[in-house]
Design a protein. Structure first.
Ligand SMILES: Nc1ncnc2c1ncn2[C@@H]1O[C@H](COP(=O)(O)OP(=O)(O)OP(=O)(O)O)[C@@H](O)[C@H]1O
Ligand SMILES: [Mg+2]
Length: 248
């Protein structure tokens, strides 16, 4: 994403932000409440249109006008307030809006079988796939959301606060999923307020402050204090700062 701007009325939510992401990489997006993280990724996922700026995939400029366009490019999103339909079971959630059909009827058996495959791939076992997801744990719910993204061959997965509502054990389970997706060469934008999580899973960390990019750093070359200083004071550390993506 190059030189992205987005304002809501007089609020400059995102101002001249450039970030990039490689296959199998996790980029942590951090910053205070209202820093512009969700707005930025909603531009990538087609929920918002940028006022200006460009998006490139594999070096080619793309137009993402709506969530359908984003999915077409393999961009899948798991939102802050996990968008699962509580009254539906896991297969119905995985295929929500993209149901498998047999003629004019839902192909429930195929959706169940495919759901089982994708959850197996994530090493998630649900006692019954036919129970509503309301009965699942937070970690299992995240797995269903990730399964949905995986089934549709996500190349870029955006996770907005995936562990915010979870207990420690469930958060670890989501962490395992992140590592597995990395192994499958999925690129992940991980938005999190939990600096420990970000340090555990991210390869690089991009810091936003009041809509602007403070900078991007390589995790192995900075300390958590360095990143906190970026978040709070907007100041860059001496080492580990990555140059912004090259403009085309
Ligand atoms: N739909 C909207 N309409 C108007 N203003 C918005 C809208 N969405 C976000 N904003 C504003 O844009 C700014 C950035 O918000 P955003 O949700 O991107 O922040 P964030 O970094 O995701 O914060 P948080 O950590 O609290 O989730 C804030 O000032 C917010 O009030
Ligand atoms: Mg947000």
């Amino acid at each position: 994403m190059h030189n992205i701007y987005k304002a809501f009325g007089g609020v400059h939510a995102v101002e001249d932000v450039s970030i990039d992401l490689y296959p199998g990489e996790v980029v942590g997006l951090v910053g205070h409440n209202g820093a512009g993280k969700t707005t930025l990724i909603k531009i990538l996922s087609g929920v918002f249109q940028a006022d200006s700026g460009r998006i490139y995939i594999d070096g080619r400029e793309v137009m993402i006008r709506n969530p359908g366009d984003a999915r077409g490019y393999g961009i899948e999103t798991i939102y802050q307030n996990l968008a699962l339909a509580d009254n539906l079971d896991a297969p119905a959630n995985i295929f929500l809006g993209r149901e498998l059909m047999r003629g004019f009827a839902l192909n429930e058996d195929a959706m169940e079988a495919e759901s089982r495959k994708v959850l197996d791939r994530l090493r998630i076992t649900l006692t019954s796939l036919r129970d509503s997801v309301l009965t699942l744990s937070g970690g299992q719910r995240q797995a269903v959301a990730i399964g949905r993204a995986l089934y549709f061959n996500a190349r870029i997965l955006i996770m907005d606060e995936p562990t915010a509502a979870l207990g420690p054990a469930e958060a670890r389970q989501v962490g395992q999923l992140i590592k597995q997706l990395k192994g499958e060469r999925v690129g992940i934008f991980l938005i999190s307020h939990d600096i420990h999580d970000v340090f555990e899973y991210a390869d690089r960390i991009s810091v936003l402050k009041t809509g602007r990019l403070v900078g991007t750093v390589r995790k192995t070359e900075v300390t958590q204090d360095d990143v906190l200083t970026m978040i709070i004071a907007g100041a860059l550390p001496q080492h580990g700062v990555v140059p912004p993506p090259v403009s085309h």
